[in-house]
Every structure is written in C-alpha cells, then in structure tokens.
Design a protein around this ligand. Structure first.
Ligand code: HEC
Length: 142
C-alpha cells in the first residue's frame, strides 16, 4: 500500500516536473522570441514586426506552421530553419545585411555563448535556445 502510494506520488511528481519543465521551456522560448524574432515576425508572430517592411522577402507569420503542414507542427524543420547552419532553403547564406532574409541564429547564438561556455558547451546552449524557441512556436499554433 505504502509502496503503491509512493509510486503514485513519484509519478505525479514526475508528471508535474515534466510539465513545469515544458512551461519553463515555453516561457524561456517566449523571452528568446521577444528578444530575437519579434522585430521581424511581430510580437504575435503574425509577420508584422517593425523590421518586416524593410525586408526584401515577405516575413512569414509563424502561427500557422502546423496548419500548413497538415495539422502537425513541423518541429524538425522549424529547428533547422531557426538554426540555419545547415544551409537549408537559402536561410543559410542570406542575412538581413545581405538582402533581408532570415538570420542564421545558430551562428549568432554560438558567438554569444562561446566565450562563457567554450565551444562544446556553447553548442549545447545554442541547441537548448533553439529548441526552446521551437517549443514556444509550437505552443502558439492556431
Ligand atoms: C531580420 C528579420 C528576421 C528575424 C529577426 C527573424 N526572422 Fe524568421 N524569417 C525571416 C524571413 C524573411 C523569413 C522567410 C525566409 C524565406 O522564405 O526564405 C523567415 C522565416 C522563418 C521561419 C520559416 C517559416 C516557414 O513558413 O517555414 C521560421 C520558423 C522563422 N523564421 C523563425 C524565426 C525565429 C524563431 C526567429 C528568432 C530567433 C526569427 N525567425 C527571426 C526574417 C526574420
């Protein structure tokens, strides 16, 4: 009986901490989003940030990514697009100062983190930041 109770409360605890982990990831992602992305994609991710009118490409809204993918949020593609270091879809080599495209966040975040964390530590932090951003975007899908 006691064991069963213990297992149940362990399971509840694990669920709660998993959920609060997700909540923390989402709010960390939200903070990253407001700091790095809203300037182009807009506070509400509707593609209407103050810089969007200076872009040569239309800045897409980011609340309909799941809808555009048959109802499923394209997590892997979103991670790759944000990272940009894979050179996907022309994101990789096009930056705002060379024609107004999506910046390569993987490089920018890595440059910010390397001094503190070293090259390998920085890579983990970069991936964490990109994942938090992608999870935030997943949480705001229409
Ligand atoms: C300098 C303006 C700018 C900033 C800042 C910016 N983006 Fe973008 N983003 C774009 C443009 C322009 C495109 C469309 C590029 C294309 O079609 O090749 C895009 C495309 C995307 C896409 C692909 C959307 C789709 O329909 O497939 C995602 C996801 C995305 N951005 C996320 C982000 C995130 C997350 C951030 C912040 C870390 C960010 N963007 C910051 C300009 C920007």
């Amino acid at each position: 009986m006691l064991i069963k109770k213990l297992i149940t409360s362990a399971a509840v605890l694990a669920t709660v901490s998993l959920m609060s982990g997700i909540a923390i990831a989402e709010s960390a992602g939200h903070a990253e989003y407001m700091g790095s992305c809203a300037v182009c994609h807009g506070d509400g991710a509707l593609g209407d940030g103050p810089l969007s009118k200076y872009m040569t490409l239309e800045v897409p809204e980011l609340t309909t990514l799941a809808k555009a993918n048959g109802g499923e949020f394209p997590m892997l593609r979103v991670i790759q697009v944000i990272d940009g270091r894979g050179g996907l879809r022309g994101h990789g080599d096009a930056r705002p100062d060379s024609g107004g495209n999506m910046p390569v966040w993987g490089d920018r975040f890595a440059a910010q983190e390397t001094e503190m964390a070293g090259v390998y530590g920085a890579e983990l932090l970069v991936r964490g930041r990109i994942l938090a951003l992608a999870q935030y975007l997943e949480s705001i899908q229409n």
